[in-house]
Design a binder for this molecule. Structure first.
Ligand code: ME8
Length: 656
């Protein structure tokens, strides 16, 4: 029988910065789906890649002093880059597309021309805002406070020649697609699209730019580059060989079974993408699934906010499978979820260490201890005691499949963990350690108890394989499941494991995480990397306004010696100085520098003060003058140093 085909894609990522855990989320979900379909016996094509054109990349490259291609090459192929990350996360993509690949570029040029020749792309004028000094076009929404986002100067209305796609022509068909088919899921996203974009009226879409050059050139009109989303969306078909000779899988795999995409790009995939496919007279993908975001402290992670979570760091600390598992176990795929180190550690300790890890290690070690690793074939069932667990094992695959087909990863895992919980309870109910006291009488019964536990583990581990491939294989090794007992067919019903199975004791698969220690360590690392991301040294810009010499000379700067220095009561900022200013009378100055100095460090020092400022009261105490200090910001932290003079300088010496 011919195998069923399954084509799944992730979005292709912008290599403008290193990827974070939010990006990893979608790719891990798609990988799990691809592995699940392979387990079911499908012929799977799983595509991911990078979306490498556009102004943002051009700008970033310029900032870094390299060409755009060198810039993206480094983030895609370099150390800790996109490819490295997918390798680390055990992503089993069959293909990886880069939109800078020649075959893709040539195919997009042909696609653009086809839509142009058909009349669905036409030349018009794009109205926008122009910043003359920067020679840049901006849309209204790109402006910052109505000014150029780059230089902050005034912008003016301007027009640019551009190509447009007749999106408006497809509005009715798109609305029908969204409202009357299952094209877009979860369903809640359909209303969002229809109400926010379709009902207000779809306008034609500007699909070429002339204000920058890092894009696919429109080959019949030099100077124009193809809008990055047109370039990017067609990756799903060029990577199969559409209008190119690089691959030959278009007939076999198109239309895609599902595109996984984050919620903010649902609009592109559910309105623009199908409209362009309609224009090209190509079949539409069967489904677009818009997943939620991983939030940090309630907000979307973003490099510019400095609140990204580094997947390399987490994988190194907790292991790749623990991280993969956490992402799909903790958050419902269609909704947003709040990431925290606490919930990651909690999931590892509760689900993996306590429930699954303990079940594996207890079961395998009991089979070792009571039966020298091999169960006897002579076993005694207890219909009443075994019924519930046996029934749950037999029904698990069906329940799991029902959830997985809906991309409900969290629920699929819940079904597995119901069986794992039940098996743990089954150990307590049957108390193997009591049975083992009289092996002659209870041996066959004890053997069946062990068998049922191994079978629960086998079926669970096979169905966990798409989520935690390496660890599931280790579980199956430990419980002695041969290759043919790891298949989809072998877990359709209870009982495929041979009765005289031999277990192989192995490492503890999920050691408990010391939450307090790990959290402190992660906090430290996060703090350090936040600081490292900030400019090392920030100095106040110099004042441009000039001060005339006479005014300057009016400021009376003097050397002062610290006779006494104490903290001001009830203030955590102020230090009170008693100073020798050379007049023979003590001078008192208060200064808000308690954060930077201990009072005793300053006694005896020679400092610089301005002494002719009008005296003022601070916390009820008089301050006559001001001590001069130097301030700067280092890694985001304000630093202050009092100006200290050579102790040779006598108190009261005038500075000029
Ligand atoms: O959008 N939580 O690329 P991209 C969950 N190049 N998902 C997140 C996330 C988070 N915190 N942050 C980002 C693009 N993502 C385009 C795609 S496809 C033809 C072109 C997801 O690198 C985001 O929702 O900005 C998106 O689906 C994906 O990462 C890629 O984002």
């Amino acid at each position: 029988m011919e195998k069923k085909r399954f084509y799944i894609t992730t979005p292709i990522y912008y290599p403008s910065d290193k990827l974070h855990i939010g990006h990893t989320y979608c790719t891990v979900a798609a990988d799990t789906m691809a592995r699940y379909k392979r387990l079911q016996g499908c012929d799977v094509l799983f595509l991911t890649g990078t979306d490498e054109h556009g102004q943002k990349i051009e700008d970033k490259a310029k900032e870094a002093g390299v060409t755009p291609k060198q810039f993206v090459d480094n983030i895609v192929e370099g150390a800790h880059g996109v490819r490295d990350l997918w390798k680390l996360m055990n992503i089993s993509n069959d293909r990886f597309i880069r939109t800078t690949d020649d075959y893709h570029i040539a195919a997009v040029q042909k696609i653009f021309k086809k839509m142009y020749e058909k009349g669905d792309i036409y030349k018009g004028t794009y109205k926008g805002k122009y910043c003359k000094p920067c020679e840049s076009f901006w849309t209204e929404s790109q402006l910052v406070d109505g000014k150029c986002p780059d230089c902050g100067r005034e912008v003016q209305d301007a027009e640019e020649e551009a190509y447009f796609f007749r999106l408006s022509k497809y509005a009715d068909r798109i609305r029908d697609l969204l409202e009357n088919t299952d094209y877009l899921e979860p369903r809640s996203r359909v209303n969002e699209m229809v109400n926010n974009f379709i009902k207000p009226g779809l306008e034609d879409l500007c699909v070429s730019r002339t204000s920058f050059s890092w894009g696919i050139p429109v080959d019949f009109d030099p100077g124009h580059v193809v809008y990055v989303w047109v370039d990017a969306l067609f990756n799903y078909t060029t990577a199969l060989g559409f209008l190119n000779d690089k691959y030959d899988d278009y007939e076999k795999f198109w239309p895609a079974d599902v595109h996984f995409v984050g919620k903010e790009i649902v609009r592109f995939h559910s309105i623009i993408w199908p409209a362009m496919l309609m224009s090209m007279e190509m079949p539409l993908p069967k489904k677009v699934y818009g997943h939620g975001w991983l939030l940090l402290d309630g907000g979307k992670m973003s490099k510019s906010k400095g609140n990204v979570v580094d997947p390399y760091l987490l994988a190194e600390h907790f292991g790749v499978d623990a991280l993969r598992f956490f992402l799909l176990r903790t958050f419902p795929f269609g909704s947003d979820g709040n990431f925290s180190n606490e919930s990651l550690i909690n999931t590892i300790n509760v689900d993996l260490a306590n429930d699954l890890g303990n079940l594996v290690s207890r079961t395998v070690s009991m089979v070792g201890k009571y039966f020298d690793n091999t169960l006897p074939a002579d076993q005694a069932e207890d219909a009443e005691k075994d019924a519930e667990l046996v029934a749950m094992i037999g029904a698990l695959r069906g329940k799991y499949e029902e959830q997985m087909e809906k991309y409900a990863f969290q629920n699929g895992l819940s079904e597995i963990f119901k069986v794992i919980d039940r098996a743990n309870k089954y150990i307590d109910e049957n108390a193997p350690w009591v049975l083992a006291k009289d092996m002659e009488a209870n041996g066959p019964r004890l053997a069946r108890v062990m068998y049922n536990l191994l079978e629960a583990l086998r079926v669970s581990a096979v169905l966990l394989t798409p989520f935690i491939p390496d660890t599931a294989a280790k579980i199956l090794d430990q419980i002695g499941a041969a290759a043919d007992l790891r298949s989809w067919d072998s877990v359709g019903a209870y009982g495929a494991l041979p009765h005289d199975v031999t277990v192989v004791r192995g490492e503890n698969l999920f050691p408990r995480v010391d939450a307090e220690k790990e959290l402190a360590l992660l906090d430290q690392i996060a703090e350090a990397s936040k600081k490292a991301a900030l400019p090392a040294l920030e100095l106040e810009p110099q004042t441009e306004e000039k001060v005339d010499f006479d005014t300057f000379c009016k400021s009376d700067f003097r050397a002062v010696k610290v006779k006494e220095c104490v903290n001001v009561k009830k203030s955590d900022k102020l230090l009170k100085f008693t100073l020798d200013d050379g007049t023979g009378e003590d001078r008192q100055i208060l200064s808000g520098i308690a954060k930077y100095y201990k009072p005793e460090e300053l006694v005896g020092k020679t400092l610089l003060a301005i002494v002719n400022l009008p005296p003022r009261k601070m916390m009820g105490q008089l301050s006559a003058g001001m001590l001069i200090s130097a301030v700067h910001t280092e890694h985001g932290e304000e630093k202050l140093n009092l100006v200290m003079l050579d102790d040779k300088i006598p108190a009261g010496a005038k500075m000029c």
